[in-house]
Ligand binder design. Structure first.
Ligand code: CU
Length: 344
């Protein structure tokens, strides 16, 4: 089954909650998103993933009636959330499937994917597939390639995943607010020839900043909260610096065994560069901004460019301990852009 092969290659999703879904239930879900009219040869299982037992995340392979092609289907919902950056620091934010960053999507190069976006926000939105060679009508630019997706509406994106590399998906509607409020996520396109995951452990670390003011719960995303820069003309400085939506010590550590071959992908969602530094050992820089380097460079710190920069690194975890792994700018470190590589 292609689904099982996909899951084998996708440790992050495979580790999450799995539920079976009958064909009838699947068609019900499909019907809700306007796909009920399609004739589907469902292979009898689907995967629903989401936070706190919710079921917003559906991905499923199905075959057209002619049996011609497999298409992976992914279901996303954009909605408002109360997001806890750190204990007591709860902000109103926007999220895909209730999480910041949104669910990481992993595809094989050349794989055809259909992504169904339901807009449950109180305002319009779209998704742009950053760094992916999508057809123009799928590019997600409101007023140019599509109409904005109104509250309550659903839009279906469909494209072939290419080129391989570390990519993003994110809102393209009023980015100064919606992007700042959390509507972004990694989109990883694995090379077609990469049969099995060569790494023992793989992590994606999304770097971001937040201007929460005094850290009190904030009222409405319409007020440009969380980032707050939307309504403050950039006057309010960032006070919280996060890795995968959390401020240290609430960041999730990397849990490694001695000898593991590890790949880490950094995404920089903030407007400043972050020199990311690992204690106790060096690493190889494999790719910058989605492009593989002709020859990897060995470093102990690497700058992740501002404005959507990405860097892929690898290392063999050879030096045990709870190793500090952080941005080297003192204010960012103090603001929480820190995690641990726990090497046992
Ligand atoms: Cu930094």
């Amino acid at each position: 089954m292609k689904d099982q092969e996909y899951l084998r290659n996708n440790t992050r999703i495979a580790a999450m909650k799995e539920e079976s879904l009958s064909r009838r239930e699947f068609l019900k879900v499909s019907g809700q998103v306007g796909l009920g009219a399609l004739a589907l040869a469902v292979d009898g299982r689907a995967l629903l993933l989401g936070q706190e037992g919710t079921t917003q995340w559906l991905h499923h392979s199905f075959q057209s009636q002619s049996g011609a092609a497999w298409i992976r289907e992914i279901y996303l919902e954009a909605r408002e959330v109360d997001w806890e950056l750190a204990p007591g620091k709860i902000i109103k934010a926007m999220a895909y499937n209730g999480q910041i960053p949104g669910p990481e999507i992993r595809l094989k190069e050349g794989e055809r994917v259909r992504i169904v976006l339901k807009n449950t926000l109180p305002e319009p939105t779209t998704i742009h597939w950053h760094g992916v060679d999508v057809p123009n009508p799928m590019d997600g630019v409101p007023g140019i390639t599509q109409d904005p997706i109104r509250p309550g509406e659903t839009f279906v994106y469909e494209f072939e995943a290419r080129p391989a590399g570390t990519r993003w998906y994110h809102t393209h509607f009023q980015e100064h607010r919606q992007l700042d409020l959390g509507l972004y996520a990694p989109l990883i396109i694995e090379p077609a020839e990469e049969k099995e995951l060569a790494f023992d452990r793989e992590y994606t670390l999304v770097l971001d900043d937040w201007a929460t003011g005094i850290g009190h719960p904030l009222l409405s995303t319409r007020a440009g909260t969380a980032g707050r820069r939307g309504n403050m003309g950039g006057m309010m400085g960032s006070d919280v610096w996060t890795i995968n939506g959390k401020q240290y010590p609430k960041t999730e550590p990397l849990r490694l065994r001695k000898g593991d071959l590890v790949r880490v992908r950094f995404f920089n969602h903030s407007m400043e560069a972050h020199p990311m530094h690992l204690h106790g050992q060096s690493f190889k820089v494999l790719a910058v901004n989605g492009q593989g380097l002709p020859a990897p460079i060995v470093k102990d710190s690497v700058d992740v460019e501002a404005h959507m920069g990405s860097v892929d690194i690898e290392f063999i975890a050879h030096n045990p301990g709870d190793r500090f792994f952080h941005c080297h700018k003192p204010m960012h470190m103090r603001g929480g852009m820190v995690t641990l590589a726990k090497i046992g």
